[in-house]
Design a protein. Structure first.
Length: 465
């Protein structure tokens, strides 16, 4: 019998199969044959289950809270300005300081996540937003308020990292749809912020607190349940830790799959810096991604600001036609639903290009029907929904375009340039520029994003590098 076992083991070795089971903190996995494969294939063989559902819930909570903080800006701009009798320039600093903080957060978090891990960067981002968000509600002066909002921006700018973490835990065949589901949380966050503003009236402190509390719960849950990405662990040569995490995924999912030994991958002493984005093999992708993200940053936030501007009650500060604003915000749900249906049918490229063109086409009629409320409403609804669909596809696309050693850096810097254009949108929309010019700028940005996305490679069905 022992001779038969030895012969079987020898045959297994010749076939590239390891018979040794893995022991770890999640118990002994059944002694089945263990093949040398990459970690993504192991995740795919285990399949989508309760572990991913829990992870998606955590990611959705962070994503929803992020959306609340961003959507909050247009209301704070008016309400805090009116409450403290701020000049237009000082009121605009409420928006600009958050975007400035996001630039810092994006520039720091991406490289940190690639060097130190997705988990610590994600927890740091959530913790910063939770603490600074609550502290903002008690700010004793405008100066302190602005500083705290800037710190909130730093945390929000780092939230591309949890998105990448989720992408690296999802099986290849369900990654697109599941990442798209996170966009429903974004839309829900925008609706929550609008409803909270409506419910709290002119009390901006209550509004800030209402939008910060969900982040506290998300942070606490992430602290308890978030694991490090096994894809990142393998890329850093931490194979044993990656096997432990994958064993946990299998245990939570109730998988009876064999235990797989991971292929050895080239590791580096340090993570790639942002300059790696401009290496010969990545520079074209980086440039095109930045064009796409600059365009949708200007458009998504510009259209959102245009909604509040056009449906602001004339002559009133911190007073909006909330039913119209809330109804237009539901277009984000419609955009996410359209992407959920099409992301694995059209692919990542067409799912961006087509709605960008739709968004541009939807804005132009506003120029001719400004006095017709239902036409303006319909155009803004369609434009914002299309932007939601296209930008959500862009979020799915980027993690699949770049390799693991620079994935979070690439994603965070893309987020940074989109925040730059979003920052510019407040000065385009909330300015003395004529409305026709504003609309044409937004339409041109959407078309530029469409053209750039068409030049990017399709990643539908592709494995993470």
């Amino acid at each position: 019998m022992m001779e038969d076992s030895g012969a079987a083991a020898e045959c297994a070795r010749e076939d590239g199969i390891a018979m040794n089971p893995i022991h770890g903190p999640y118990g002994h996995v059944a002694q089945e044959e263990s093949r040398s494969i990459d970690v993504e294939e192991a995740i795919s063989r285990i399949g989508y289950g309760w572990y991913q559902k829990r992870l998606m819930f955590l990611s959705a909570a962070l994503w929803m809270a992020d959306s609340m903080e961003v959507s909050l800006l247009s209301f704070l701009y008016s309400c805090v300005g009116a409450s403290l009798n701020l000049t237009p320039v000082r009121a605009a600093s409420i928006v600009s300081i958050v975007f400035a903080g996001e630039l810092v957060g994006s520039a720091v978090a991406g490289p940190a996540a690639d060097a130190l891990g997705r988990k610590p960067a994600s927890l740091a981002a959530a913790g910063v937003v939770a603490v600074a968000g609550i502290a903002t509600a008690a700010a004793p002066s405008f100066a302190v308020f602005v500083v705290l909002r800037g710190i909130v921006g730093v945390g929000v700018g780092a939230l591309a990292v949890p998105f990448d973490l989720a992408a690296e835990f999802l099986p290849n065949d369900s990654r697109g749809k599941n990442l798209t589901l996170l966009e429903f949380a974004w839309a829900g966050g925008a609706m929550y912020a609008t409803a909270a503003s409506w419910a709290t009236g002119r009390n901006w402190r209550l509004l800030v607190l209402a939008c910060a509390l969900p982040f506290v719960f998300a942070f606490l849950a992430a602290t308890l349940f978030l694991d490090e990405s096994p894809v990142w662990l393998v890329s850093r040569g931490k194979t044993a830790e990656a096997q432990s995490v994958v064993a946990k995924v299998a245990k939570v999912n109730g998988s009876t799959t064999a235990t797989y030994a991971f292929k050895q991958v080239p590791t580096k002493a340090a993570a790639a810096s942002w300059t790696r984005l401009w290496a010969k093999d990545l520079r074209t992708k980086t440039f095109l991604v930045w064009v796409v993200w600059i365009g949708f940053g200007l458009d998504f936030y510009g259209i959102s600001l245009l909604v509040t501007k056009l449906f602001d009650r004339q002559g009133a500060d911190c007073a909006f036609r909330y039913p119209f604003i809330l109804l237009v915000t539901t277009s984000e749900i419609a955009g996410a639903a359209a992407l959920l249906f099409s992301i694995d049918r059209l692919g990542r490229v067409k799912a961006q290009a087509i709605p960008y063109v739709v968004a541009a086409s939807s804005l132009v009629p506003i120029l001719f029907f400004l006095d017709t409320t239902w036409v303006v409403f319909s155009c803004l609804y369609l434009a914002l929904g299309a932007q939601m669909m296209a930008s959500s596809a862009a979020w799915v696309h980027v993690p699949e375009l770049f390799p693991t050693d620079v994935r979070s850096t690439a994603h965070s810097f893309a987020l940074a340039v989109s925040r730059l254009s979003a920052f510019a949108s407040s000065y385009v929309v909330d300015s003395t520029l004529p409305l026709p010019f504003v609309v044409l700028v937004l339409a041109a940005a959407a078309l530029a994003s469409a053209l750039a996305s068409l030049a990017l490679p399709e990643t539908l069905g592709a494995h993470l590098a």
